[in-house]
Write a protein that binds this ligand. Structure first.
Ligand code: UVW
Length: 327
């Protein structure tokens, strides 16, 4: 039995929240900050026509496969129809002789680059905005990914490259950073993290997954690098009104808070309490290289997760900058 404190004890009875801020039925949380004005603010950064798609490849069968939170499985894709269907008897016969291929997939909705629903994690029996955790049973009735997908996420994105800032290819397992490190890296990059920015943070850990090419070693003593909990960090997110945190790690934060041993406290402090949407397993390396090359770290960010009814999350292929700002 772990002697880590309960989530409530770590985060405090008076933990910062945004519950009720957007009404009793809200399911978007801080994405409410991304109004039309924010879309136009993001669009002001359009200069070149470069496009960066930020999803990892889904269902790779070579190398280490897809990176996953322990206990999840990668996509299982299966051909249902292909040319061999027409080898035998009973194949569909279309006038004109049309053949086609179809496939099915069994997927964990969090098994690739993804948006988490605001109801994805909870403690003390309540989800985002105070919804009853029993509303997750059988199907996520409140704060599912659907409202997020219906809205779409568009605004000014900013990329903070912590790995580059620390002179590393990737952060070590369990290596932490906080809001002051984000600010320091931003200053070194010559960019400001502005209110309502979609905050993208690169640790290099996705690159580590593919370069290491060794699942066993990757999961040995599993503890991803990432942001680490403090009250000040949570207040920083609340004051900055960050709508969406996007990282190239499986779970957006250091897996176990090094001070308390609690697993994923920022999921609770940011997602459940503040309504910050989390996006995980993003591929940020190509974008980071391009940003470093031309010294620009802000862009128009566009993402549309799949509209999965009652989904706890949904795969996504976000774009940084359909037309990235190159000045
Ligand atoms: C968990 O919440 C366990 O994982 P993730 O947010 O990475 O989907």
């Amino acid at each position: 039995m772990s002697d880590a404190p309960a989530m409530r004890e770590l985060l405090g009875e008076d933990a910062p929240t945004n519950w009720g801020k957007w009404g009793p039925d809200d399911e978007l949380g801080c994405l409410n900050y991304l109004d039309a004005k924010e879309v136009l603010r993001g669009a002001q950064h359009i200069r070149s026509g470069d496009v960066f798609t930020l999803q990892i490849q889904m269902g790779r069968t070579d190398g280490p496969g897809d990176p996953l939170w322990p206990g999840r499985e990668g996509i299982k894709r299966k051909n249902e129809l292909d040319e061999s269907t027409w080898d035998g008897e009973g194949a569909p016969a279309f006038p004109g002789g049309l053949h086609y291929a179809d496939d099915t997939a069994h997927i964990f909705l969090q098994g690739s680059t993804q948006y988490d629903a605001l109801g994805h994690v909870w403690y003390d029996g309540q989800l985002w905005n105070g919804y009853d955790a029993r509303s997750t049973v059988d199907a996520m009735q409140r704060a599912s990914v659907l409202p997020i997908a219906e809205k779409g996420i568009v605004g000014r994105g900013v990329l903070i490259d912590i790995a580059r800032h620390r002179g590393k290819q990737w952060l070590d397992k369990g290596e932490t950073f906080d809001h002051t490190d984000l600010e320091a890296a931003a200053a070194a990059q010559g960019v400001t993290i502005e209110p309502h920015d979609i905050l993208c943070v690169r640790t290099g850990f996705m690159k580590y997954w593919y370069e290491l090419n060794d699942k066993e070693k990757f999961y040995e003593g599993f503890c991803e690098p990432g942001l680490t909990y403090s009250r000040e960090l949570v207040e920083w997110f609340q004051q900055r009104e960050v709508p969406n945190l996007v990282t190239d790690t499986i779970a957006n934060e250091v897996t176990y808070d090094p001070n308390s041993g609690v697993a994923l406290p920022l999921h609770c402090a940011l997602m459940r309490n503040l309504g910050v949407t989390l996006t995980e397993i993003a591929w940020l390396d190509d974008l980071a290289d391009a940003c470093a090359e031309d010294g620009r770290w802000s862009f128009l960010y566009v993402a549309a997760p799949l509209k999965v009814v009652n989904g706890t999350g949904a795969p996504v292929n976000p774009d940084r900058d359909p037309l990235r700002d190159r000045g």
